[in-house]
Design a protein around this ligand. Structure first.
Ligand SMILES: Nc1ncnc2c1ncn2[C@@H]1O[C@H](COP(=O)(O)OP(=O)(O)OP(=O)(O)O)[C@@H](O)[C@H]1O
Ligand SMILES: [Mg+2]
Length: 374
């Protein structure tokens, strides 16, 4: 997957910007608050129809404008297409080759981009919903059916919760809803478990590469209300669990057990990462998990995703910075943001790197870096 060019109009603090991407690695550098993250957010939006920073798309429209347009050319599966997202105050629209795409779930499947953002450092200490989002977001780009199951699950769960609020419980309807909920739970849970196992496997290798420490043991434990591989046994057990919780559900007027409360816990050398690991270790682990997802997408879809590393290098010591850079050098396309590129690239490199100095929502200077020199 490769972004050839991108245009932004009225996107956050960027009035108008046309960017041609030539080399595999592009570094956007500059002072705080100039628009580096905004530009990579626009790249993410173009490929994914949403943002990694906000779920309120209106935030992305420049304060003094009514709409924002991000358009560009992406090569995916050896085919070059034009993509466009228009953000308006009253909705957003997506286009592929100038044809409107009404289902965003279809647009999302066209391209894949994996982004490590500043907030991902909080992956382990934040609430379980953040970790569920991690699983759901990555599984959506891997399996088209997953998002359909998830949307159906959320709808049925809402219906069940509405039912629990009624003064008299319709038990027949509850039975029907429970059956649907459990079937969907089985499929969703299976995929989440699969992803966790894969991420554990891939991230273990990547973490060792980034840290240069051998024998680091990484374990990711999936926490769900029921683990069972046989669908019939899963169904039987889940029905019992739901029945045992019904009184509590009625009292709280809300479904207390289920995969909507799933979580996972990460252990580094048998210690819970959120409690024992340092800031830098948590950052490296979160990065390794994102890069693991990128590797997984490459293997499942036969296509490398675009990788965005927003402010990923800060807090890392020099050796880890170098290891991270070495790791991403051979990836197909990577965008990095930082305040000072000289903190990242210190040694001689045989790679061509595009440097973009971002100031006040624009590119102040564009240059190419090679052999560690401009
Ligand atoms: N909707 C908007 N309209 C206009 N300006 C906006 C909008 N949203 C954000 N901004 C501006 O964008 C700027 C922040 O840009 P961005 O987050 O890309 O900074 P950055 O270069 O990544 O900085 P840092 O190094 O601190 O991460 C701020 O000045 C902010 O006021
Ligand atoms: Mg930023």
């Amino acid at each position: 997957m490769k972004l050839n060019k991108i245009s932004l109009i009225n996107f956050r603090n960027i009035k108008k910007l046309n960017l041609v991407v030539d080399n595999n690695l592009t570094i956007l550098y500059g002072e705080n608050g100039q628009g580096k993250t905004n530009i990579v957010e626009a790249i993410y939006l173009l490929a994914n129809a949403n943002s990694f920073r906000t779920s309120y798309y209106k935030e992305m429209i420049a304060n003094d404008a009514n709409d924002a347009i991000v358009s560009g050319e992406i090569i995916s599966n050896q085919r070059t297409k034009n993509y466009k997202i228009i953000l308006r105050k009253d909705g957003k629209q997506a286009f592929i080759n100038d044809n409107i795409v009404t289902k965003f779930s279809e647009y999302i499947l066209e391209c894949s981009v994996v982004c490590f953002a500043h907030s991902d450092v909080m992956l382990f200490s934040d609430s379980p919903s953040i970790r569920r989002n991690f699983l759901d977001k990555e599984l959506t780009s891997l399996y088209p059916l997953y998002i359909k199951h998830l949307i159906s699950f959320k709808n049925v769960l809402e219906q069940r919760n509405d039912l629990l609020k009624k003064p008299k419980l319709d038990e027949k309807l509850l039975e029907v809803l429970d059956a649907k909920l459990i079937e969907l739970s089985f499929h969703i849970s299976n995929k989440r478990k699969w992803l966790i196992n894969k991420v554990e496997e891939y991230a273990s290798v990547i973490y060792q590469k980034l840290t240069n420490y051998q024998n680091q043991k990484i374990k990711i434990v999936y926490k769900t209300f029921l683990e069972e591989e046989d669908i019939n046994i899963y169904f039987e057990k889940a029905i019992k669990i739901y029945a045992n919780n019904l009184e509590k559900d009625k009292e709280k007027m809300w479904t207390n057990v289920g995969i909507h409360k799933d979580d996972f816990k990460v252990y580094l050398n048998n210690l819970e990462i959120d409690m024992y690991a340092s800031q830098g270790q948590q950052r490296l682990m979160s990065l390794s998990m994102k890069l693991a997802v990128a590797e997984l997408i490459k293997n499942v879809n036969n296509e490398e995703p675009i990788i965005i590393l927003d402010d990923a290098f800060s807090e890392l010591d020099d050796q880890k910075k170098e290891s991270l850079l070495n790791y991403i050098y051979d990836k197909q396309q990577v965008f990095i943001t930082c305040t000072n590129y000289k903190n990242i690239i210190k040694n001689v490199t045989d790679k061509l790197i595009t440097l973009l100095h971002i100031q006040n929502g624009g590119v102040l200077e564009r240059s190419t870096l090679q052999d560690g020199r401009k």
